[in-house]
Ligand binder design. Structure first.
Ligand SMILES: [Zn+2]
Length: 384
């Protein structure tokens, strides 16, 4: 580490690999799973610009930051969080335990977010969103496998050799599979939270025996563990957007899932529906159009219509049908390859956690009923 020199740029790191910066009394640290901080610039004893950088460019800008601050003496530190030309997406949050986060006030100047943080020796975490890191998934998976019929299986390794885990519910006599994909894009935490709540509802709080007796379920909650570890904005470590790689399968992460899909096909079983969890500015369900020639034609449309009355009236259910052939998006790949519907399930970046959980719980409950109400032959596409 380079020694800080007062008043000028002090630390530079390539990518947004987590770093630590130590000044006289004040230290910043992002040297842990999902940390995001590229370099620190000191302006005065208690004023800093913290620079965050994407893993590569060009990239869809979702500036991720996550670091802790501590100070040998109690003081207030003024920080500008700067992502260069990228506009801020995630509003700053503060945590003392790394699990409970509260929004903190900020002002926007020249595209940088300015915050003031009271600090002492106990590290304060400042983060773009709440944290769901690789270890959180491991613990969550353990809880689910202990409490449910789900079995954990390593389906492959990421580019950097991290395990890509699936949780699998299957019965030998079942032929139909539901596929649940999560965390292709590392900073999309509200989508990740929706994933956890959805799966828990489906297998614990609202587990439906008839559903589990008919359908198998493949869960891949964390598709991009390298990106999560490095605090990436969107890509894997090869600079690829995984949700542009379906059907191409050039990446270790998508290949891992494809390996399992291939097993399903080899066993003469079939995927009948899928959900892929993400975050964006608003709550949006991206569907395939009802006239796209998928089986059953109206499945997503009817599912969301069934879901709507189960949701609190303050939630706006936005359904956006569309197609994008050849772009490598999971929903498009499943439509073109298997003639089935799936939904890109997007939660708003700022949708409150309670709402994310409420919607996911109801979505899991209603999906089980909708799938059960659909006869097996209706899921099989028949050309005219
Ligand atoms: Zn996404």
């Amino acid at each position: 580490m380079i020694k800080p020199i007062f008043g000028i740029l002090v630390l530079i790191s390539s990518l947004n690999t987590a770093i630590a910066c130590d000044f006289k009394d004040i230290s910043f640290d992002a040297n842990y799973d999902q940390g995001g901080l590229a370099r620190c610039e000191q302006l005065s004893e208690t004023e800093f610009i913290l620079h965050i950088e994407p893993e590569d460019t060009p990239i869809n800008p979702s500036p991720w930051y996550n670091f802790t601050i501590s100070s040998k003496v109690a003081t207030t530190v003024s920080i500008a969080i700067s992502a260069g030309d990228a506009r801020p997406r995630y509003l700053p949050k503060r945590s003392l335990d790394g699990s409970t986060f509260e929004a903190i006030p900020f002002t926007l100047k020249d595209g940088d977010m300015h915050i003031a943080v009271e600090v002492n020796q106990q590290p304060v975490m400042i983060s773009a969103q709440q944290v769901i890191d690789n270890e959180d998934y491991v613990q969550w998976q353990q809880t689910l496998t202990e409490k449910t019929s789900l079995l954990q299986r390593e389906i492959g390794k990421s580019t950097e050799g991290r395990s890509i885990y699936a949780l699998v519910h299957s019965k030998p006599e079942n032929k139909e599979w539901l596929l649940l994909i999560g965390r292709q894009h590392p900073p999309e935490i509200s989508g990740a939270q929706a994933y956890l709540a959805f799966a828990q509802a489906m297998f614990i709080e609202h587990a439906n025996e008839s559903f589990l007796n008919r359908f198998n379920v493949l869960l891949v909650p964390n598709m991009n563990p390298d990106g999560v570890a490095h605090g990436h904005w969107r890509h894997n470590v090869k600079g690829t957007d995984l949700n542009r790689d379906w059907g191409k399968f050039t990446q270790a992460e998508t290949q891992a899932v494809y390996g399992f899909i291939n097993e399903i096909i080899q066993a003469e079983q079939r995927i009948v529906f899928a959900l892929d969890f993400h975050s964006t500015q608003q709550d949006i369900f991206y569907t395939m159009p009802s006239d796209y020639g998928l089986a059953p034609a109206l499945f997503s449309e009817e599912y969301l219509a069934d879901l709507k009355p189960h949701l609190v009236s303050s939630f706006t259910l936005r359904e956006r049908p569309g197609s994008s052939p050849g772009r490598g998006v999971l929903k498009q790949y499943l439509a073109d390859e298997f003639k089935i519907h799936s939904i890109t399930y997007e939660m708003g970046d700022n949708t409150p956690l309670e709402m994310v959980n409420h919607v996911a719980t109801q979505a899991a409950k209603v999906l089980q009923n909708k799938m059960l109400a659909t006869p097996p032959e209706a899921f099989i596409f028949k050309p005219e």
